[in-house]
Ligand binder design. Structure first.
Ligand code: ZN
Length: 322
């Protein structure tokens, strides 16, 4: 499926390009109107060039004569421009990107201006605010996770989180090569949303399209699509590079929304498109909540990361950091 963001940016650049060329034409006619001598010089240069072209076609050797005549006119033009405080650049289109002249193409690929616009647009449609600057893998603090074994878990919360962090980083860095989606399971305040945001931001910065949505909003938008013939939300859920659903299990799914959710999982899975789902529920709860089809997709196509330890928000509150 063609990426609508790319098409929209191409169109936007084409408009900018046309506008820059129109403005240059306008500037030129204004300058000519103000300085008739300049207009006359340009006309003279065109006539001379046409005259010499004709004489060359007729077999005359006018090479030196032509060079000399055009150089003289060019000198006169330069002096005239200088006299009026103008340069050749005043006649050229002022493109917003000096590298690609608003074509979006450079060195046989996308120009950096085009890539930057893709990132910006993907951010705009992702629900991820650029304001969450502090949320990055580098700022993830493992010290909030105790380094002593608790309950029946095989490793300490810190060891466990170190692994979760590494899996999420690999997922983001090797996104095109990772096969499985991610399912983040555990209580609140243990870093699931934080890590999902880190993954989202890293992918957005690499030009991927990401939709970040709470399960409540996700199911609401599915329900709304029932009465919306365009189904644009559903298409977006199916086609974005990464779909992140936060807090699955907090919504109240209906037979309809569950069926659409199941279809979205299937379609994404068939196209090799990954998801990142976080939930406070246990994996086994999903069969009861969404039926066997969804459960088997979640159990088979996802790598499950467990989150346990002490609620970080409570710890920050107790430390007076909140
Ligand atoms: Zn450019």
């Amino acid at each position: 499926m063609a990426n609508p963001i790319y098409a929209a940016i191409r169109q936007e650049l084409e408009q900018k390009r046309r506008e820059a060329q129109r403005a240059a034409k306008q500037r030129k006619s204004e300058i000519y109107a103000k300085i008739p001598a300049l207009s006359e010089l340009d006309r003279e240069m065109s006539l001379k060039a046409a005259e010499y072209s004709m004489r060359i076609i007729n077999g005359e050797d006018v090479d030196n004569e032509m060079k000399e005549a055009l150089a003289k006119l060019s000198e006169r033009k330069k002096a005239c421009l200088l006299e009026h405080g103008l340069t050749g650049a005043d006649f050229e289109p002022h493109y917003s990107c000096p590298v690609c002249h608003d074509t979006g193409v450079a060195d046989g690929g996308y120009c950096s201006c085009f890539k930057a616009r893709v990132i910006e647009e993907n951010f705009n449609s992702s629900n991820i605010g650029k304001t969450l600057d502090y949320q990055s893998f580098d700022s993830f603090d493992l010290n909030f996770y105790p380094d002593e074994k608790t309950d029946n878990y095989p490793c300490t919360p810190r060891e466990n989180m170190k692994r979760n962090l590494a899996v999420c980083q690999t997922f983001a860095d090797k996104f095109d090569f990772v096969k499985k989606s991610l399912l983040l399971i555990g209580g609140t305040g243990l870093g699931k949303t934080f890590l999902s945001t880190c993954v989202a931001k890293r992918l957005l910065m690499s030009g991927k399209s990401v939709i970040y949505i709470s399960a409540v909003d996700f199911f609401k938008r599915i329900e709304k699509s029932r009465f919306d013939a365009s189904d644009s939300d559903i298409r977006m859920f199916e086609s974005c590079d990464l779909l992140i659903i936060d807090d699955l299990g907090t919504e109240a799914p209906s037979v309809y929304t569950t069926a659409v959710f199941s279809d979205i999982l299937d379609k994404r899975w068939r196209c090799g498109k990954k998801l990142m789902i976080s939930s406070n529920n246990r994996l086994t709860d999903f069969e009861r909540l969404y039926g066997e089809r969804v459960f088997s997709r979640l159990a088979g196509g996802f790598e499950c990361l467990l989150f346990y330890g002490r609620d970080i928000r409570v710890q920050k509150f107790m430390n007076g950091d909140s």
